[in-house]
Design a protein around this ligand. Sequence first.
Ligand code: ZN
Length: 312
Amino acid sequence: MRPARVPQRSELPPPKVEDLGDGILAYVQLDGSWGLNNTGFLVGSDAVTVIDTCFTEQRTRMFLDAIRRLTTLPIRTLVNTHHHGDHTHGNYLFLPAATIIGHELCRDEVIASGQSASALFPGVDWGKIEIAPPSVTLQERLTLYVDDLKVELIHEGPAHTTNDIVVWIPKRKVLFAGDVIFNGGTPFALMGSVAGWLDALGLLRVPEPDTIVPGHGPLCGQGVIDEVADYLRFVEETARKGLEAGLTPLQTAQQTDLGRFGDWLDPERLVANLHRAYSELQGEPRGAPLPLAEVLRDMVTYNGGQMPRCLA
Ligand SMILES: [Zn+2]
């Protein structure tokens, strides 16, 4: 099921810092498959603001080293785009100096899920992980200033998870999208909402971002918003047909030709996405909890009995 081009861990390119101007930097970890997320940092005149951390201790320490090669200023603020471990496991390495900010439900989910992601990805060298949730939370919006650079944290409703926030920097039209945007990887809606995600993408289009730092994959422009939306509509349509035919999400996935989406990384996420779409088509609220263990078991079955491959 996996595209043949997925490399081994040793073949991955090293993480890269991309300078977006005005002290805005993106930290990109390719190939962007499971656990290989992007982060960012904003360098002001007296402090640094960081956006997200990494999955393992070593990867977060490499990210910290990359920041320290550019600045020795204190890191006072850390924003989490959502609760997933690849964006939050390294939070503790920024304490006690930094204040961690996230959506109110991000705090709840970080605490509730702990290190549960490790069960899904055997073979990853986690190092030491201490769970450190956001201590400042928001529900819809919060504005930060890095000197006079305005940085807007915006929750667009349940999408990739129940607690996504995007980081929008109007002056440079830069959007740190978290996992609301995957570029070249299969979107993953298990813990969020397919319909809500489509609504969120509509809202992201409005300010016409020039540069998007996706949660996974290379930097991109706004064309990728449409690609993610195309995939999510494909999931909804596939789920509708599967429900009508009386098939389970797993059976539907096994009968589905992914077409052009089959070239994206981690195609097995289709199964989980169908579980979410089924739930919504059957009238359950957006973001309602699903039986995660059962869904993940289906994903492994679809994947030929293989656990998802994580190169973090
Ligand atoms: Zn995520």
